[in-house]
Design a protein around this ligand. Structure first.
Ligand code: SF4
Length: 493
């Protein structure tokens, strides 16, 4: 059976109609504190927005060796259990939260990271955020050469490549392995004594370094440093590997060929938490600025600016500030709507978006409403929200979208529907407006998004400062597995 691939798009979440792109992972690691696994559990809890379906922790104790726990569900439902946490002792631990495509394809515990490998020089565990774009080819080669895979995850290739390396140390073997890997990776790994962090040469996914007392922390986002009271030190740079131990502290080097970075611009729009700092910029501030740019690019006469909660909120605030149109909470989100609560039965699915969102009728009635959302993926949720607003008596509905049209799938660690299911892949803006049946629909331009993300001159088309492939179709790393499966790249202009 071919390996399930994270971008085997057929399985869409029954919980939200597959109408949002989903970050697939968050990683976190701590060295040099007592009971590091407890800190990792808290860090993973703060990174839960990056993956809700499963989580795992691996730790090491000088006397008790390596221990691990992998569980489905929220961190708070598993890694708060005192009995479980007592089985995870020691001053060094790493963890991972993941989103997998729903259904049987991803839902097996052996796919839950961190992955562990026993080498002649000792054990090592790795937690990976991103996606390996040549994983199918690597896996085929490794299996032909005798590797026995335990999971269907692309990330397991790294462990097998490490096992085949002739290097003496684990960090050196990891370097060797990662030189064979294409795509996006932000990795937190550990040996018995070392915490290791690596980012791919383009730095597509985030990874940062923190300090807690005498100890060190690696995290996908800064919001997870805050929860454990760690100080933010800096980002791990694209192409950088840091090897941290208690004696020598942080040792940094750059094992890959240096190339201009291409951080994922969608982290700014949607994936990262608004209280995180990325590239020295507040994610919240970037999102607010997107709203400012959007108001300049796409003004409209209206009575209210309302966010589609929660990710549209900062952009709606920015739009309101720039346009002078009052901001209002026209849609209220049920804060207690956990995925675990919803049984994905047909009956519940049909209730759809009303389970999560409700219109503030008294506010909306008779008003011309601007709805600000982060993105339009399939358009199904946008249609439902528009209908809810009209049913509540709105006079007009105008959509303003805080990202350009999402016309291409992501192959770098984000779950995306198949290209033909992306509304923007088959329709232009006016056709999408007609399809959504709204009074107006405008997306921020790519240049406007770049300006909001701190690039005053907009996008450098010769050498874009970010990865924006899901908008532009320009993939900074060729998705070779998907091309082999028949994916058509954008024709050269
Ligand atoms: S394709 Fe889109 S979501 Fe994927 S890494 Fe690039 S910008 Fe981010």
């Amino acid at each position: 059976m071919p390996p399930a691939h994270p971008f085997d798009f057929d399985a869409l979440s029954p919980f939200d109609d597959g109408d949002k792109l989903k970050e697939e992972c968050g990683v976190f690691g701590v060295l040099g504190v007592a009971d590091a696994a407890n800190f990792v559990a808290l860090g993973l809890h703060a990174l839960q927005h990056r993956g809700q379906e499963a989580g795992g922790i691996v730790c090491h104790h000088p006397e008790f060796g390596f221990n691990s726990a992998h569980r489905f569900g929220y961190v708070r439902d598993n890694f708060t259990n005192a009995t479980l946490m007592q089985t995870l002792p020691g001053p060094l631990a790493i963890g991972h939260v993941r989103y997998s495509t729903a259904g049987a394809k991803g839902a097996v515990i052996r796919d839950v990271q961190p992955f562990f490998g026993e080498f002649s020089m000792g054990g090592a565990a790795i937690a990976h955020n991103g996606n390996i774009t040549n994983a199918i080819a690597l896996r085929r080669e490794l299996i032909e050469r005798g590797s026995i895979f335990q999971s269907s995850s692309d990330s397991e290739c790294i462990i097998h490549l490490m096992a085949r390396s002739l290097q003496k140390g684990i960090p050196e073997r990891m370097e060797d392995a990662l030189r064979r890997v294409e795509g996006a990776f932000s990795i937190v790994a550990m040996t018995r004594t070392k915490l290791i962090g690596v980012r791919d040469p383009l730095g597509v996914r985030p990874l940062c370094l923190g300090k807690i007392g005498d100890g060190w922390v690696l995290s996908s986002e800064t919001c997870a440093l805050d929860i454990i009271g760690a100080d933010y030190v800096r980002e791990i740079e694209p192409g950088e590997m840091v090897v941290i131990d208690e004696k020598r502290g942080v040792q940094s080097h750059f094992p890959f060929r240096r190339v201009p970075s291409r951080f994922c611009i969608f982290e700014h729009v949607y994936f990262s938490r608004p209280d995180s700092i990325i590239g020295g910029r507040s994610v919240y501030e970037t999102r607010r600025q997107i709203g400012v740019e959007l108001a300049r690019e796409a003004p409209v006469d209206a009575d209210l600016v309302c966010p589609v909660p929660d990710s549209g909120t900062p952009a709606a605030i920015g739009y309101s500030q720039e346009s002078g149109i009052p901001y209002a909470m026209g849609i209220i989100r049920n804060q207690y709507m956990g995925r675990t609560f919803i049984e994905p039965t047909e009956q519940i699915r049909n209730m759809g978006v009303r389970l999560k969102l409700n219109v503030n009728r008294a506010l909306i009635r008779g008003k011309r409403v601007i709805l600000v959302d982060d993105s339009v993926v399939r358009g199904t949720t946008s249609r439902k929200i528009k209908q809810m607003i009209l049913d509540a008596g709105a006079a007009e509905v105008h959509f303003r979208i805080a990202s350009p049209p999402t016309a291409w799938p992501c192959f770098y660690g984000v779950d995306t529907p198949q290209r033909e299911k992306l509304l923007a892949a088959t329709m232009n803006e006016e056709e999408m407006r007609e399809h959504l049946a709204v009074d107006s629909l405008k997306f921020i331009s790519l240049d406007g998004l770049y300006r909001a993300a701190g690039e005053a001159e907009g996008r450098n088309n010769k050498c874009p400062q970010y990865c924006d492939a899901c908008f532009s179709g320009e993939y900074p790393v060729a998705p070779s597995d998907m091309i082999e499966k028949g994916f058509q790249l954008k024709a050269a202009e």
